[in-house]
Structures are given as C-alpha cells and as structure tokens.
Design a protein around this ligand. Structure first.
Ligand code: AMP
Ligand code: ZN
Length: 115
C-alpha cells in the first residue's frame, strides 16, 4: 500500500482516523460519509493514495472497476432500486479530499442535472 501520511482518507485506511467502515478488501475500502447527502451515502476508495479518478484509471483499470463492483454490492445490500455513483474531480467540481473516492448515493429521489 502506498499511502500519504498527510491524507485524511489514508488515515481512515490505516485506522488512525475512525470511520464507519462497511467493506474492506485488499484494494478497496468503503465507509459512510460523515455528512450524508442521502439516506445511503457511502465513499468507496482505493487503498492506494491517488489524487483523482482519472489518475486511478491510468494506474489501475482493475482497481477502478473494483470500486464500481463494491458500489453495486453495497447498493444491493441496502436494497437500493436506484442509486448514483459520482467522482468529483477538482475543487471547481466540489472535490475537497484529494484521494480518489467514489460517492454512492441512494435511498431518495435524485434530481438531474446535479447542482
Ligand atoms: P468530495 O467533496 O467529493 O471531495 O467528497 C469528500 C467527502 O468526504 C464529503 O462528502 C465529506 O462529507 C466526506 N468526509 C470528510 N471527512 C470525512 C470523514 N472523516 N469521514 C467520512 N467522510 C468524510
Ligand atoms: Zn490518501
């Protein structure tokens, strides 16, 4: 695992910062968002420190696929009939933590387009 000791999500991976972890594998960790925007709001992250989704896709198509597989499994476990998966990239798009993370949102109607 290549981690960044200054990164909030790397600290969640190591357990230095607590989180409600709901899934963990060699390459993927998923935990509940601390400020949920929907009844189900889970963050699904790679266990390698990488800044955003594009960089992760270039580093490992396998791991980015594993994030989506975890999202699908979690959605099914929560009996979500519809859900949204989102990567925010860059501050202008709302990215505030620069460790790639897939948002899984569901459990309510979701408007389109997003704000
Ligand atoms: P983004 O704005 O796309 O970078 O998403 C970052 C997400 O991380 C936000 O939805 C925050 O609510 C969430 N977040 C920040 N700190 C924590 C934490 N300690 N535990 C869980 N989620 C967090
Ligand atoms: Zn990190």
């Amino acid at each position: 695992m290549q981690l960044d000791t200054n990164c909030l999500f790397c600290k969640i991976i190591t357990g230095e910062i607590p989180a409600q972890i709901i899934f963990r594998s060699e390459n993927v960790v998923a935990f509940n968002d601390i400020d949920p925007q929907a009844p189900t709001h889970v963050l699904i992250i790679p266990t390698v420190h990488v800044e955003n989704a594009g960089a992760l896709a270039r580093l490992s198509p396998t791991i980015i696929a594993q994030l989506f597989t975890a999202a699908s499994d979690i959605a099914e476990a929560n009996s979500l009939t519809g859900y949204r998966t989102v990567f925010n990239t860059g501050a202008e798009a709302g990215q505030s933590v620069f460790h790639a993370h897939l948002h899984l949102l569901g459990g309510r109607g979701l408007a389109w387009p997003p704000g």
